[in-house]
Design a protein around this ligand. Sequence first.
Ligand code: UD1
Length: 437
Amino acid sequence: MGPRLIVWPMLTLGEVFSMIVIDGPAALDGELKVQGAKNSTLPLLAATVLCKGQTVLHNCPHLSDVDTAVRILEHLGSRCQWQGDSLVVENAMTCCQIPPDLMREMRSSIVFLGAIVSRCGEAELCFPGGCELGPRPIDLHIGALRKLGVEIEESGGCLHCRAPQGIQGTYISLSFPSVGATENVMLAAVCSQGTTVVANAAREPEIADLAAYLNRCGARIYGAGEGCLIIDGVQELYGCEHTVMPDRIATVTYMAAAAVTGGNVTLRDVDNTHILPMLAPFEQAGCSVRQLGRALNIMAPPRLDAVRHIRTMPYPGFPTDAQPLVMSMAAVGRGTSIFVETIFENRYKHAEGLQRLGANIKVEGKVAIVEGVEQLRGAPVMSHDLRGGAALVVAGLCAKGRTEVGGVEYIRRGYENLAGNLASLGARIREVGEPTP
Ligand code: UD1
């Protein structure tokens, strides 16, 4: 067995002791409720900036990224309070600036820009942080906001934005269907003068969830999820109650965990239509997936087959966020699987950790070739980003012996109680160490 405690030179003391420890292999069996979607919650919280009065978000996941969004809202003057899994936001904006430390904590903080500048006529914030997946420019956000009449000056890594004439409806054609840019345009344009048409808008289900919330607050957004958005500007929005959609990437994470362990798992609170674009590799690998209303059952064979060919694409293609999780399946699938990552340049960092566990993976630029091995072996490994970290946990479940996954703070950004949920399905897994302050 490898060393019990690994000291990673780049980490602080708190991070060193923060890890997920797995004693594998496990056979997962049981039922689990899937959390609300992180990628929906964050733009929904930004949208509350536009809505007078109170918003109650039900099925809101308890995540460190959600905590960051709450701190941004509180800095802007809103009052936020948890009531179980519901987050109550009372909008009382007094400020139109986000401090650099909060901006750097996560990439999605940039979607506050459209909402703040629409609400206040100005906004000041710095370039966002987020998981290290290669260059993550915001040129599409900036270009689209400029077309809506926002004057943007960049200096010292910060953006100074003003809309002296208010936001003006216009025609916007995105050169790539960026999720964040689409959300920013929606938030900026929803209370504009006139009509905005967004061609080549992102079609991710989280876009439709954001439009559903805004429309319930009084907005007039048509075509969300269909690639061409039409936004008729309204004068005012009023907060409402909204239930956050289920997290499709958390769903696929638990499906991958069931798959690599030869498990039989039923997931509740799933939107099965959102899972369809991710089903092919599970079927290819020999899993039986049954969709049962708002639940899903997955039964896996004792040994998976290769997942064959995965090419990440904007929705409704195979999502880049699910690529690392399916790579853990491919690592133990019989035969060769080929991955082509087309969305982010640097999204194979988990391959190194999988290799430490005994996987046979060759990465060449956008392509990764995985020759499945019969058995992974436990080892200390390190997360470098949210989904890559979850992929290492999934791989650790089927590895023989002890796997210690460091960098848990990445995993906490997007998973509510990942280790506890997997333990409830029969895995021998625990999280050690406190969140770093
Ligand atoms: C969102 C998701 C993230 C997911 C990604 C792609 C949230 C909080 N995050 O991220 O989990 O992996 O969609 O499905 O919802 N791009 C530009 N210029 C821009 C904006 C984006 O070149 O102004 C490029 C990016 O570098 C990337 C691609 O477009 O290569 C996709 O980015 P985008 O769809 O914007 O992703 P995010 O909204 O950041």
